[in-house]
Design a protein around this ligand. Structure first.
Ligand code: UD1
Length: 430
């Protein structure tokens, strides 16, 4: 198993190109199931999760062509991927494939819409919480689907003639349920209204792609999506937005180490709450024509309280990284997680660096310490792992992060991007 070894206390200086967003690329790839024509996606990041979804889609019969799979340097523009689902040869998404990545469950929406049936494995447990699928099932039933659970699979059937538009009021904001029901509704007969829809930028990116494919969707970017079903969708060429979680992660890394880093291609409008928190913590955040600049020279960090919320709130996917930053701030910071019930697994690992963190229910109280010391630590999930890298970048001495396959799921060439800005970091293979 690969590990990352790093030596801390180097300021970061330079430019880091931001890759395409994993959480937009995955549902955009899934949208290819809705049309027999080619969907061309630009700026797709090279990630383990993307590879895994390629396998799942290929199993359904999607033909996938990738240009520039091998990057030239860290500044290149991501892969261009052409996905053609001319014929869906299998409407079953098996356990072996779905259990490796929860988002693959989302294929149920397009499969049901286009093929009128789907058999998709339940995604199962997940390190950061139970993550049930009840909202998906409720939403698809509202579109007329009959759903049964059989041996760990969700077996869904549309009425004769296909799904029918319906009213879906989501009990709480869910990114996955919004993507899935929105995709299913594009090919349903009649009008679907999704109330309390997620408004994350990735939802907007997917909705705009569906519109480019011929879907009729209004209310994009609002909590109410109205979808008029159409008989069929066509191919298009579409650009994946820059990854706001990668952006926030490198912004926090730069704030942590000090220095001057340009996050090239990043968008502030997708990350305002987190950037505000970083700026209140003591880093200078400025918008430049080609990205976001983060500067911290000399001054110390200040403790800032944050509450995690759906977009436009502070993202749960940046909670662990912000906690790492707060371990070095002056004062006590309260970080309240409201999305996932078990998303503090990085706390025990951060404490191995000498951090002072106490958990009380869903709130972590982080008391800043004057120094972190390098440690051997273990990655537990995708975002938690990168918080350990951020802590290691500021820690005295050597840090080794084990089980970094979690990192490879969601961060493209992390160590190369950090090394280009002066970090002393390397991957040890095997
Ligand atoms: C997506 C993101 C993930 C991010 C999360 C929250 C992708 C690929 N993943 O995950 O990185 O952390 O949004 O921003 O885009 N819930 C239910 N029943 C359901 C569905 C969800 O109770 O049927 C709950 C979940 O357990 C969780 C909350 O709703 O507590 C929000 O989850 P959701 O927005 O659905 O997360 P994902 O789409 O899985």
């Amino acid at each position: 198993m690969d590990r990352i070894r790093l030596r801390g206390e180097n300021a970061l200086n330079g430019s880091i190109p931001i890759s395409g967003a994993k959480n937009a690329a995955l549902p955009l790839m899934i949208a290819s199931l809705l049309t027999p024509e080619a969907l061309v996606l630009n700026n797709v990041p090279r990630l383990a999760d993307v590879k895994q979804l390629e396998r799942i889609l290929e199993n359904h019969g999607v033909d996938i062509g990738v240009h520039a799979r091998r990057p030239v340097d860290i500044d290149d523009r991501g892969q261009q991927m052409t996905l053609t689902a001319a014929e869906i040869i299998d409407t079953c998404a098996p356990y072996e494939l779905v259990s490796a990545m929860r988002a693959s469950f989302w294929v149920i929406g397009p499969l049901l819409a286009r093929m009128h049936e789907a058999r998709v494995s339940l995604p199962g447990g997940c390190a950061i919480g139970t993550r049930p699928v009840d909202f998906f099932l409720y939403g698809l039933r509202q579109l007329g689907a009959e759903i049964a659970i059989d041996e760990g699979y969700v077996v869904a059937k549309a009425p004769k003639g296909g799904l029918v538009g319906g009213r879906v009021e989501l009990p709480r904001v869910s990114v996955g349920a919004t993507h899935t029901i929105m995709m299913a509704a594009t090919l349903a007969r009649g009008t679907t209204v999704i109330e309390n829809a997620a408004i994350e930028p990735e939802i907007t990116n997917v909705a705009e792609c569906l519109v480019a494919m011929g879907a009729h969707i209004s209310g994009i970017g609002s909590r109410t999506l109205v979808i008029e079903g159409v008989a069929d969708l066509h191919g298009t060429s579409f650009e994946v937005i820059p990854d706001r979680i990668e952006t926030g992660t490198f912004a926090m890394a730069a704030a942590m180490t000090g220095g001057d880093v340009l996050l090239s291609g990043a968008r502030t409008d997708h990350l305002q709450t987190a950037l505000d928190a970083i700026s209140r913590a003591g880093a200078e955040v400025s918008v430049e024509p080609n990205g976001i600049r983060i500067v911290r020279n000399g001054n110390g960090l200040t403790a800032v309280d944050v509450e995690i919320d759906p977009f436009p709130g502070f993202p749960t996917d940046l909670q662990a990284q912000f906690m790492a930053l707060m371990t070095r701030a002056n004062g006590v910071s309260a970080i309240r997680e409201t999305i996932f019930e078990n998303r503090f697994m990085h706390v025990a690992e951060l404490m191995r660096f000498g951090a002072d963190i106490k958990i009380e229910g869903q709130t972590a109280h982080v008391t800043g310490v004057p120094e972190l010391k390098g440690a051997k630590v273990m990655a537990t999930d995708l975002r938690a792992s990168v918080s350990l890298v951020i802590a290691g970048l500021a820690a005295r001495g050597e840090t080794v992060v084990n089980r970094i396959y979690h990192l490879d799921r969601g961060f493209e060439r992390l160590e190369e991007k950090l090394r280009a800005c002066g970090a002393d970091i390397e991957r040890i293979e095997g």
